[in-house]
Design a protein around this ligand. Structure first.
Ligand SMILES: [Zn+2]
Length: 219
């Protein structure tokens, strides 16, 4: 079996681990298994109530149950296909406790995988090569094996997973601290008489669009 993870899912996981790079954080992988190609696809990631220390993380059972309900209602055709957690600064492997957790996930869903991320070095250096992550599962002989992972590029699924993922993604908003209605919008005459340079007028156009955007989305 291989795994294929779509970019927004991976982005959410990494974002979550970077919110608290010194403590373990955990969440659930949402996706589906493609029988024909023996690929486990990870489309999205969600998280919830958990207990965390620098060396241990526990996702509450109610979190998992409520997540399963949410997926059933909001993501028909997708399932909880595993879990992710971070190992801040102690490399990528499954600990003895992780192994027990993974066994439970595989009992619940035989194809389930465990994705482990170590975000610490990356959070300090910002270098992509410092960001380590891998996917594991337990094979039939009870051994932990690394599952080959690729980042999804199938056009339709990439688009669908991105659009669905957007619903639960935050957008960066630049707050200038000014009341946006105080900005003076140049009138047509100024533009025609050349009092406004063209880069500025194109900026004003963009600003007007942004204001509409803000009215629509920011409350
Ligand atoms: Zn662990």
């Amino acid at each position: 079996m291989r795994t294929r993870i779509y970019p927004l899912a991976l982005g959410k996981i990494i974002k979550h681990t970077l919110i608290d790079p010194n403590n373990e954080v955990a969440g659930l992988l949402v996706g589906k298994y493609i029988n024909k190609s023996d690929v486990l696809e990870i489309w999205d990631a969600i998280t919830g109530d958990q207990k965390s220390t620098p060396g241990f993380v526990y996702l509450h059972e109610d979190t998992i149950a409520q997540a399963a309900e949410w997926i059933l209602r909001n993501r028909p055709g997708l399932y909880i296909v595993g879990w992710y957690h971070s190992h801040p600064g102690f490399s990528i492997f499954l600990s003895a406790i992780d192994l027990e957790t993974q066994k439970r996930y595989q009992m619940f869903y035989p194809k389930a995988v465990a994705l482990v991320v170590d975000p610490l070095k990356y959070s300090q250096s910002g270098r992509l090569s410092d960001l380590k992550f891998s996917v594991f599962r337990i094979n039939k002989r009870g051994e932990v094996v690394r599952v080959p992972m690729s980042i999804g590029i199938q056009r339709h699924k990439l688009l669908e997973s991105t659009l669905k993922g957007i619903e639960t993604m935050e957008l960066k908003y630049i707050d200038t601290g000014r009341d946006i209605d105080e900005y003076e919008i140049p009138v047509e005459d100024d533009l025609e008489e050349g009092r406004i340079s063209s880069p500025l007028s194109s900026m004003v156009n963009r600003f007007n669009k942004l204001r509409k955007f803000k009215d629509k989305f920011i409350h």
